[in-house]
Design a protein around this ligand. Sequence first.
Ligand code: 3PG
Ligand code: CO
Length: 554
Amino acid sequence: VEALKKNSAWKGRRGPVVLVIMDGVGYGKYKEGDAVADSKMYNLEAIKAKSPHTRLKAHGTAVGLPSDEDMGNSEVGHNAIGCGRVFSQGAALVSKSIESGAMFQGKTWREVIGNVKTSGGALHFIGLFSDGNVHSHIDHLKAMIIKAKEEGVKKVRIHVLFDGRDVGETSALEYVDPFETFLKSLNNASFDARIASGGGRMWITMDRYGADWAMVERGWKTHVLGMGRQFSSAREAVETYRKEIPGIIDQDLKEFVITENGKPVGTIEDGDSVIYFNFRGDRALEMTAAFEQDDFDKFNRIRRPKVVYAGMMEYDGDMHVPKRYLVSPPAIDRTMGEYLAASGVRTLAISETQKYGHVTYFFNGNRTGKFSEELEDYIEITSDVLPFEQRPWMKCAEITDAVLEAIESGKYNFIRLNYPNGDMVGHTGNYEAVVCSMEAMDLQLGRLAKAVEKAGGIMVISADHGNSDDMFEHDKKTGAVIYKEDGQPKAKTSHSLNPVPCIIYDPEHKGEYTYKPGEGVLKTGLGISSLAATCIQLLGFIPPEDYDPSVLAM
Ligand code: 3PG
Ligand code: CO
């Protein structure tokens, strides 16, 4: 891309623009369960009181999802923030490709199907088993199974990852039971489809950013090798674990292997085909590496079957992983990072492991590499490997330490950081821990504000989507809180549909853009894709013409 044009009227502040993405922190719709509003966020409130602010949409069509019923998520959120525009995202693209039939005419589908028809092997599906539409959708899985049968595939094995994170925390059987009925309706003398193995998504297979490879190893053993506790059905596994581990939620359910006469019904063997049916890449890349890489060193695979492996999408547009994929990802181009690099802007991107790829890979339109080795630095603070309700402060202090050092160094014009607390702790469903996480993060916002003021910079505070702002299940029609048998509110572990903050903290503001202090007269009705043009303006440049409008009146 070309360098951005400089704004002749204002060249920006002397200090850096610091974009703070408070992952999973929105403005709640309901008072009950809004852990953000319920936390003592003294710094955030003080900053907001003296700064222009507005709310930005972070869900549904505003971030490229199929409908406004779809909650936001970090992938589409960071894509939108980083590329300044809204692209149709994976969920929509896969559905379209199935509806139009394009998926089934594609080369990858033909190879996957052709392979098992020649070898007589099984077609395996591995993926997140829900209709959360964040990483996957069960309807995509069903459509592919139906098509496989039509095309003469004889044996299908499904490896299911229970969700409980993008959907109700104990909803697994609401997917298992109808799915078993669905399979039964398809099965006959020449078609045999079964669930073969599975477990909770936060226990096996779906690790991300190399945070905990042991999860992937457990998944490999379960799905590929058929090693793990044996059950006769997925339902039996869910019920058994729930009885044995009171209070366990779906994402944490242990692994299971379905067996008959003591033999696993669906290990993955030479000649088989495997489709990883998640369309989102962050939690698909590690298992993909285990299947695809010859010199793989993250764990001992014991046996690596010779299979035709395909992902639902291309998960990494830089590295071209996986080698085969069913649907092309959104063609995200000309991201803000690329423009800034072309314009000589020195940039730092930083978070801890759990969200490191969000501020780098997702922010850059699902590419792992930098645009400029010289101008960009990426820092990853290593995350804890334990349930985040036990350490709700996570690494927000360490991230801040590094950012303060970066601000003081004077080296950077633009710093973007992600605080994972609101999201990662929000997903645990533990209200008390969320409040703790918010207050821990708020302390860090206070430290940042001081440093930004001293350096003569600007802090833009926003988020990629809501989560902590909506911690209880509400009745969809009446809005009333849903209570469990023990009288406690039913926890909601998933993201929300709520708008997120956009606060421009600019202590040296001298009227370069207009607003009345305290009244928050930034533009309204915009989405988080407007953050790119906003930051570009604050850096003293003119945003690309087709970027979504900035929130600033300039
Ligand atoms: C996850 O992957 O943890 C959830 O499905 C979505 O969370 P994220 O979009 O905030 O990463
Ligand atoms: Co999340």
